[in-house]
Design a binder for this molecule. Structure first.
Ligand code: AMP
Ligand code: ZN
Length: 467
């Protein structure tokens, strides 16, 4: 029995984790809707699966990670009403939806890279998988799960008795945030569009022919269609922000399980909690958003945000404040500074001395990915007097494969200054030290200090820099 336990939203419990296929974990993450910049709350929903992936890889699993790009069909209202976010952004900018999508996809990709998220194995776009989505909707139609309304083809949730299971919805009480009058003719407030017709007289940029008429797919269809295409009928882990559980993920389950008959479709549903800002969830619609670019413009390195993310458990709401991100930046800088001298460590680590630290680090992550506890073990390592530099180096190098904080990276190369006169003074100080003339060595060091030159002794000889 595996000693890794993850919290699963469906069963509302921590469950031992073992992949369906030995040695290979298949996971899917809901990616961005690429009509504008992603904020740092959205980025939390990318950092979380990255941490998960890195941990599973450290455990020796091969991980196949699929992330989607929503570039069509995500409406401003979850209940199949409102405008298509992509079409709106394109109209506003006077550009094609494709250009808008390409621009923001690249922006998102660069943000992920800046915080050291490993690239997904498959990055798939909804617009490049229209036939798969039509095929899935046809299967559901053949299975008697759909009905037609003037504006589209709808999924009939009464045909799927487990509909409320994932998010523990109270369907009688109309949970899920829907109102029945949002779309005229809906049989149940939770029924959702599989295919929407382009509105009469409106020429959309993004529309396709289908067996039901010209139009575009409903938002939920893409994730079910693309995850089955790249991961198979069932897979291990599906991630996303907690707000997706009640509607988007619930609808994904309905589509998948009705199309194939499998149950459970996904072994583990893992959801990250919100990043809050100014007292509420950071959200575009509320307008309280910050992007990674905003943080960088304020002088913060992107990895300060990764460090900040690691300071909270992924299922805890995390509050973003200026003080909190500054404290994270300081924490990150100090941990890097404490780890920096280890780059020159000589010798081999002692397996018995390092084992308890490795065990504690692993135990933290095995317990539903407890990053704050794992980070605390990294701090213990840099401070532990019983460890040699070689022990510490081995541990930090290992832990950083999961933390992803570049703890042992060479600092940004500052251009090396040369000055023959100062080189000569530094060399003279070395010679004085070599002949044990410490008074002369100290005199030369003081002279250099008076000129604003600091000398550092490294295993490769002395290095100087202006202070
Ligand atoms: P979207 O681009 O709106 O489809 O959202 C992309 C992802 O970000 C989804 O998984 C959302 O659940 C997640 N998300 C949105 N807002 C937040 C937030 N404030 N904190 C954490 N995750 C969020
Ligand atoms: Zn999705």
């Amino acid at each position: 029995m595996s000693d890794i336990v993850f919290y699963d939203t469906r069963t509302r419990s921590k469950q031992p984790f073992a992949p369906l296929e030995p040695d290979c974990v298949r996971m899917y993450t809901c990616g961005p809707t690429v009509y504008g910049p992603q904020h740092i709350g959205n980025l939390r929903s990318q950092l979380f699966p990255d941490l998960l992936r890195r941990f599973l890889e450290r455990e020796g699993f091969a991980v196949r990670h699929v992330v989607n790009i929503t570039d069509v069909g995500h409406l401003t209202d979850d209940a199949d009403d409102g405008d298509d976010k992509m079409e709106m952004a394109a109209a506003r900018a006077g550009r094609s939806a494709e250009e808008i999508a390409a621009h923001w996809t690249e922006h998102w990709r660069q943000n992920r890279e800046a915080v050291n998220c490993r690239p997904p194995d498959v990055l798939c776009k909804a617009t490049e998988h229209i036939p798969e989505q039509i095929e899935l909707a046809r299967t559901l139609e053949k299975g008697g799960h759909t009905y037609r309304l003037p504006d589209g083809i709808y999924f009939d949730v009464s045909t799927f008795p487990r509909y409320a299971e994932l998010a523990h919805l109270d369907l009688e009480g109309q949970a899920g945030g829907h109102r029945i009058d949002e779309v005229a003719g809906k049989r149940h407030p939770a029924d959702f569009a599989l295919w929407k017709f382009a509105a009469e007289g409106v020429k959309r940029q993004q529309e396709w022919d289908s067996p039901w008429g010209r139009g575009f797919p409903g938002w939920h269809l893409e994730c079910t269609a693309m995850s089955s295409r790249y991961l198979g009928e069932t897979f291990d882990i599906h991630t996303g922000g907690i707000d997706l559980a009640t509607v988007h993920h619930t609808n994904e389950v309905a589509q998948a399980e009705c199309a194939t008959g499998v149950h459970p479709w996904v072994q583990f549903w893992m959801h990250n909690e919100f990043l809050d800002f100014q007292g509420v969830k950071m959200s575009k619609s509320l307008g309280n958003v910050l992007t990674l670019d905003d943080l960088v413009a304020g002088g913060l390195p992107p990895l300060a945000f990764r460090y900040f993310f690691l300071q909270a458990h992924y299922r805890q709401q995390q509050t973003f404040t200026d003080e909190a991100i500054q404290a994270a930046a300081t924490g990150h800088r100090r941990l890097c500074a404490a780890a920096a001298p280890l780059r020159d460590a000589k010798g081999v680590p002692d397996p018995e001395r390092v084992a308890p630290y490795r065990d504690r680090f692993r135990a933290a992550l095995c317990d539903d990915l407890n990053a704050p506890r794992a980070l605390a073990v990294a701090w213990e390592v840099v401070r532990a007097e019983e460890l040699t530099p070689a022990d510490r180096y081995a541990l930090i190098e290992d832990f950083d494969t999961v933390l992803g904080l570049d703890l042992l990276a060479e600092p940004e190369a500052t251009p090396v200054e040369t000055d023959p006169r100062i080189d000569a003074l530094v060399a003279a100080r070395e010679e004085a030290r070599a002949r044990k003339d410490f008074a002369e060595a100290d005199r030369l060091r003081d002279q250099l200090a008076a000129e604003g030159i600091a000398v550092e002794d490294t295993p490769n000889g002395p290095r100087w820099r202006r202070t």
